[in-house]
Ligand binder design. Sequence first.
Ligand SMILES: C[S@@+](CC[C@H](N)C(=O)[O-])C[C@H]1O[C@@H](n2cnc3c(N)ncnc32)[C@H](O)[C@@H]1O
Length: 207
Amino acid sequence: MTGTSSNDKFKKDGATMKSDQKRWDKRFGRKEFALGKKPNSFLKKHIRLLPKGKVLDIATGEGRNAVFLSQHGFEVDAMDISERGLKKAQKLAREKGVKINTFLVDLDQYQIEKERYDLIANFYFLKRRFIPRIKKGIKKGGKVIFETYILEHRTLGAGGPKQAKYFLKPNELLRLFKDFRIQLYREGIFKEGGRKKAVASLIAEKI
Ligand SMILES: C[S@@+](CC[C@H](N)C(=O)[O-])C[C@H]1O[C@@H](n2cnc3c(N)ncnc32)[C@H](O)[C@@H]1O
């Protein structure tokens, strides 16, 4: 695995990938942190349930969760398709005085090395085809922490993705990890940073 590399690597991957990269680079192009610097509240609340060691934060964005994990003693690899996001993630790490390893990666093309990680974190990135790769990449006894929107989020008028494919159906996240031991699961409407969101959140162990 290599570190942050040049955009040229991605040109061959075609229009969809390039538009994802462009869209997110644009969103992360401003000085302010589009997704904030504070970690996800489910992660923060349950950090003690997570096995210390090597963690992969997939689709890390501007690194709010990756940096928080590093502050709590995890050895963090953080991947994303947005170079601007990764630069901001490194900036946030410097601000907080911690280290994270960032990788410019198109996860549509990426295979996680088998049983490389004690923990994989997946926040607000839903590619169903990628789930088997997450499972493979976790060590036996390791865990996944996952949170993203459920369909009801669209009725809240609270932002988020537009296309239906980016929302989980009822109990879908449970089903996706049914071969893991589910340690914690919730699904519904919750408040974070004073705003409502409809999400499913899970912590599960590879058995
Ligand atoms: C909603 S943001 C979530 C960021 C972060 N996980 C968080 O919760 O703050 C979705 C992220 O997915 C990344 N992304 C989208 N498509 C990707 C792909 N094909 N490969 C890698 N990252 C991708 C975007 O660049 C963006 O940072």
